[in-house]
Design a protein. Sequence first.
Length: 292
Amino acid sequence: MPTAIAVTSADLVLPPTDHQTPTAALLQAPDVQPLDAAIADISVLLEQHGYVIALYPASISVAHERRLHTLRSVLESDRIALLKSDLPPLGVAVLVRQLRQLSICDFSAGVVASAARLLSHYIYAGALLNSVTKLDRVPVSLKSHAKSWVPGSQFGVLANPAPQLIRVGTGELTGPQFSTQLLVAKGQLQSEWITSTVAPAWQVQGVQELPLPAESPRWWGTARMIEFAAYLPDISVLYQLVSSVRREVCTWCGIELIGDRCGFCSAPLVPAENQTHTPGVLNQGAPVRQRS
């Protein structure tokens, strides 16, 4: 069975890219599900899948995050990975789907968990906002704060992989230099700027509209927004990115990993070594055949 991927909200589970991509399990908040029921659910996941990788936005409630750690502590299990992501919710949903795709490949649970940090660098996550006065997750200058009080002002914000903020009509957001597809989720704001301006400038290969994740207004500081995320859709490219990084063994828990930190126990690799992907992974070369 593939490694189980879990989320903290059902709207972080995007539609599968194909009939092979598994869904994700839901680890609900403590005000929705009693602790004993949550323990029973995750115990079943561990029994069926061996390992559970839970990926969640950094903006979830303290109580919900505490519940996740409680589950791992009560079960005394080193087979549960808790991965907090600074990506906006739609970006987290993209990353969750990519991990779901990788979970059916010939990667160990440790490699899949540690791949989350690698793949997040290739997700361009942002939003169109009518105000940045309550935006605290992306650096905002005093000048931008002042402009947000001007009626009709709109701002294009990129949160990942590098923060950027522009006033719409006075600049462009820096996009990816590789082929992507674009997801768009509309809040309480009407605009075609993302599909008419951002998508052509970034030369995206396709645009799909989805419902806005419930956590997005809190993350961005306003409900009057439209969230977007450009991502690598091809499983063969994701597979090559991950498989091109040298695998190591965690010196603390003994699980396999890539990069410089274990996805399960968070221990840094000793000695820390930065790995790079092989040249040509994101170019227009022949796709890599996925191994099963």
